[in-house]
Design a protein around this ligand. Structure first.
Ligand code: PMT
Length: 218
């Protein structure tokens, strides 16, 4: 991207996993490390944007010049994002948000009992879809982590969630996607798409930020 490509823009990026509590010591989560989201924040700040990371629990030192808001659950993440919508021009949803959470959070540690145990889960709110549907004019970018029919499912999510752009991420291949240092993605928007070859997440992030800078309001 060109230096200053996002000068004066305010960017909010979600990153990392969410944790959905079962009891005081257990939770449901996933393998997102936050590396991709933090790399995007670094690239957005380097492009001149005022950048905020809304981050699930990760072990990464935040980039300089980036404000970090730490959250745990999907519902915390939604609240943090919604409360920043008025100061947001571009929203990038890179977090691996848990689609479901346990229906009940036990106040005490669950005791070991019978051989079988089932959990009842309820759906979490969809953060990126709700930002895209809000009345604020925000250029909304989602990710699609897929293990099959990657581009087809990604385009489906672009349309269904009402997004301006989506980053299709094949998470079935070794060495890219969740918790790795490299990634390989295709950026899709309603009128086209561009593939980005396998590279370090910092390079991929710079490519995604360049596409956003090019395609958001002219
Ligand atoms: O963190 P890393 O280890 O670096 O890994 C990066 C990554 C693989 C997590 C990242 O590149 C990625 O693909 N993030 C999206 C993960 C995901 O949850 O994808 P999804 O296809 O399930 O969700 C689609 C989109 O909806 C995503 O933008 C997601 O942030 C968003 N979403 C999903 C569910 C939900 N309740 N709220 C959401 O906002």
């Amino acid at each position: 991207f060109e230096t200053g490509a996002l000068q004066g823009k305010r960017v909010v990026i979600t990153a990392g996993p969410t944790r959905e509590a079962l009891d005081p010591v257990r939770y449901i989560s996933n393998h997102s490390s936050g590396k991709m989201g933090y790399a995007l924040a670094e690239a957005a700040a380097a492009a001149g944007a005022r950048t905020t990371l809304v981050s699930g629990p990760v072990n990464i030192t935040p980039p300089e010049r980036v404000e970090v808001v730490n959250v745990t659950s999907a519902r915390d993440m939604l609240d943090a994002c919604e409360s920043r919508l008025e100061e947001c021009d571009i929203f990038i949803a890179c977090a691996a948000v848990a689609d479901y959470r346990p229906a009940d959070v036990q106040e005490q540690k669950i005791k070991k009992g019978p051989d079988d145990m089932s959990l009842t889960l309820v759906k979490n709110p969809d953060i990126v879809a709700s930002i895209a549907a809000s009345e604020h004019a925000v250029f909304t970018v989602g990710f699609a982590a897929e293990t099959q029919q990657v581009l087809e499912y990604a385009r489906g999510k672009l349309e269904r969630k009402g997004l301006d752009m989506i980053v299709a991420n094949d998470v079935s291949s070794q060495g890219i996607g969740f918790n790795s240092d490299e990634n390989e993605v295709t950026v899709l928007w309603p009128g086209g798409e561009v593939a980005m070859p396998r590279a370090r997440k910092s390079t991929v992030a710079a490519g995604i930020i360049a596409q956003i800078a090019m395609r958001q309001d002219p």
